[in-house]
Design a protein around this ligand. Structure first.
Ligand SMILES: Cc1cc2nc3c(=O)[nH]c(=O)nc-3n(C[C@H](O)[C@H](O)[C@H](O)COP(=O)(O)OP(=O)(O)OC[C@H]3O[C@@H](n4cnc5c(N)ncnc54)[C@H](O)[C@@H]3O)c2cc1C
Length: 315
C-alpha cells in the first residue's frame, strides 16, 4: 500500500476544507499520514481520522514562518519514512513548504493539478489548461512525488475513520533563513463564505460603481449566498481581494453561481466554471459568460437585480 502524506493547514474551525479535500483523494491512493499545521487539539485530530488519516504528524510553528523549518523537518522525516506521494493544496503556506521540500529532496513538483493517480513506479497528474477547455497530463518517476492540488478538485467527505495515532514534528533551527511572523490581520468576514456557500452571487464591472455592489448583497441575502467579485472590481477598490473569484483569486464550486455584470473572461471562468448551475445577467447578448451559463438574462443589472431580490422577498 502506498505511503501518502497530506499537508493540512488549520482553518477557522479545525482542518481546512482544502486539506479535507486532499484527504478524500489520498485515502483511495494509500495509507494516509496528515501533516497538520496549526495549534491542533483532540477534536482536530479526530476530524483528520474521520477523513481518512491513520496517522497525524502535528506541526506547531508559533510565530515562526512555516516554510523554512517545516520543509527542513519534513525532508528529514521523508528520508526516514520514505513516503511515495506528498500532497499539498494550491495555497500560500503549502506552496512555500512544497517548493523548499522539493529542493531539499532534489525532486520536482507537479503544481496546479486537478487529479492525481499513482502507477507502477510513477505518478500521473491532470492539469486544466486554456481555462479548463483542455486537460494536460504530466508524469513523474523520481519520488517522493510532490503534487500541489487545486482547491475544489475533490469533495471533502468524512468516512467515519477511527482515531489516528498522533506524534509531534520537532522543528529545527534553520539559522539565517529563519523568518518570523510579526503581525497578521484577519479580514472582517460575515455571512456565508465563498469556499463553503451553496449559492454565490458575484458582481463585475457592469455594476458601474462600488455603491452598486449593494445590489449583489441584496440579492445574496435572501438566498443565504456568499458574495464574490471579478478582479476588475477588486483592482478598482470596490470590494476586498477576499471576494475575488478566478485564476488569481478563489476557485469555487457552489450549486448555483449568479454572475452579475461579468463579461466572462477566461481568468474569471477558470475559478467558477465547475459550479452546478450558472446564471448570468449581462446587457450584452454576446458576452462570453453566456457561453457557459445554464440560464442567461440579457438586461441591465440595475433593473434585473432589484426585481429578482423583490421576487425572492415575496416568496
Ligand atoms: C494574469 C491575470 C490574472 C487574472 N485573474 C483574474 C481573476 O482571478 N479573476 C477575475 O475575475 N479576473 C481576473 N483577471 C482579469 C480578467 O482578464 C478580466 O479583466 C476580468 O475578469 C473582467 O472583469 P469584469 O467581467 O468585471 O469586467 P469587464 O470585462 O469589463 O465586463 C463587464 C461586463 O459587464 C457588462 N455590463 C456593463 N454594464 C452592464 C449593465 N448595466 N448591466 C449588465 N451588464 C453590464 C458588459 O457587457 C461586460 O460584459 C486576470 C487577468 C490576468 C491578466
Amino acid at each position: 500500500m502506498a505511503n501518502v502524506w497530506v499537508f493540512v493547514e488549520e482553518g477557522d474551525d479545525g482542518p481546512s476544507t482544502l486539506g479535507q479535500e486532499l484527504l478524500a483523494k489520498a485515502r483511495v491512493l494509500g495509507d494516509v499520514t496528515a501533516l497538520y499545521l496549526g495549534s491542533g487539539d483532540d477534536s482536530a485530530f479526530a476530524t483528520l481520522g474521520e477523513h481518512g488519516a491513520s496517522t497525524v504528524v502535528h506541526i506547531e510553528c508559533g510565530d515562526r514562518l512555516a516554510s523554512g523549518p517545516v520543509a527542513a523537518a519534513l525532508a528529514d522525516k521523508a528520508g526516514a519514512d520514505s513516503p511515495d506521494l506528498i500532497l499539498f493544496g494550491q495555497a500560500y503556506n503549502d506552496r512555500d513548504v512544497a517548493g523548499r521540500l522539493a529542493a531539499r529532496l532534489g525532486v520536482g513538483v507537479l503544481s496546479n493539478a486537478s487529479d492525481v493517480t499513482l502507477s507502477e513506479g510513477g505518478v500521473e497528474t491532470s492539469h486544466e489548461v486554456f481555462g479548463g477547455s483542455q486537460i494536460a497530463t504530466a508524469e513523474m518517476t523520481t519520488g517522493p512525488f510532490i503534487v500541489l492540488i487545486r482547491p475544489k478538485s475533490f469533495v471533502a467527505e468524512a468516512t467515519g475513520g477511527g482515531a489516528p495515532s498522533v506524534s509531534t514534528l520537532e522543528l529545527p533551527d534553520v539559522g539565517a533563513s529563519e523568518a518570523r511572523v510579526t503581525g497578521s490581520h484577519a479580514e472582517d468576514r460575515e455571512g456565508p463564505q465563498l469556499g463553503d456557500a451553496a449559492v454565490i452571487v458575484s458582481g463585475g464591472r457592469g455594476l458601474g460603481s462600488a455603491e452598486a455592489y449593494e445590489l449583489v448583497e441584496n440579492l445574496a441575502k435572501p438566498l443565504d449566498a456568499a458574495t464574490g467579485a471579478t478582479r476588475a472590481i477588486v483592482d478598482a477598490g470596490w470590494v476586498p481581494y477576499a471576494k475575488q473569484v478566478g485564476q488569481t483569486g478563489k476557485t469555487v464550486k457552489p450549486d448555483v453561481y449568479i454572475a452579475c455584470g461579468i463579461s466572462g473572461a477566461m481568468q474569471h471562468l477558470v475559478g467558477m466554471k465547475d459550479s452546478g448551475t450558472i446564471v448570468a445577467i449581462n446587457k450584452d447578448p454576446d458576452a462570453p459568460i453566456f457561453s457557459i451559463a445554464d440560464l442567461g438574462v440579457v438586461g441591465d443589472v440595475h433593473q434585473v437585480l432589484p426585481k429578482l431580490a423583490e421576487a425572492l422577498a415575496d416568496r
